[in-house]
Each structure stands twice: as C-alpha cells, then as structure tokens.
Write a protein that binds this ligand. Structure first.
Ligand SMILES: [Zn+2]
Length: 115
C-alpha cells in the first residue's frame, strides 16, 4: 500500500503560504464539463445545433445507405427549427415523417406509414 501523492494540508516548508485554502473540485458543483448528466430522459430538446428549446416535433428519417428500410432515425425539433431540419433531410431524400412529439409518443411509429 503506497499512496503516491496524498495531498496533506500542512505543506512542508512551502513559503508564501498566505492564500486562502482552495478546495479542489467539490463534487456537486455544476459547471464542470462532463459532470452534468444528460437531461434527455425527461425533457427532449431540439436537435438543432446549439438549440436547447423543448422539442415539439419529431422528424422521422432514414438514410438508405446506412439504414435498413424499416429503420427510423429521429430528430427532435422545436417550432423554430422544424422547417430547417426537415428541409435538410428532405433535400437528401431522407425525410419520412414529421409528427408532433405527442403523436409520436402515442405510437405513430408503430403504424405503417403510407405515402
Ligand atoms: Zn430548435
């Protein structure tokens, strides 16, 4: 049992020790990158880059080069970004469906989509 560097409070011989003691990284402080759990479970947010608005829309899409035909990827979109994101997918021919989040959660995904 050897502890390589145990930070002992009484510094041995370091001069100029007048600063107030700093606590190194309190757990539970927010603002540390990587420490915050993702809120994806409760509050779905818009998939647009940098947008943290609540998602209202679900864009269901499929890239035939990557996905099997029955596979559905989903993007979430707020009101503001629905058009932008659906255009993006539509231009590439990926867009399959645009439904409200409520509809999606009610099981629209299970129904076979017509044209
Ligand atoms: Zn958005």
């Amino acid at each position: 049992m050897n502890s390589p560097d145990a930070p002992l409070p009484d510094s041995a011989g370091s001069a100029g020790n007048s600063a107030s003691p700093q606590v190194p990284g309190l757990p539970g402080l927010s603002g540390l990158p990587g420490s915050a759990p993702e809120p994806a479970a409760d509050t779905p947010v818009c998939s647009a880059k940098g947008c943290r608005a609540d998602a209202v829309w679900v864009l269901a899409w499929n890239n035939p080069k990557l996905h099997t035909p029955e596979r559905r990827k989903t993007w979430l979109a707020c009101d503001e970004h629905r058009e932008h994101l659906s255009n993006f997918l539509n231009l590439r021919g990926f867009l399959k469906d645009v439904v409200t989040l409520a509809e999606w959660e009610n099981g629209v995904a299970d129904r076979p989509t017509g044209d």
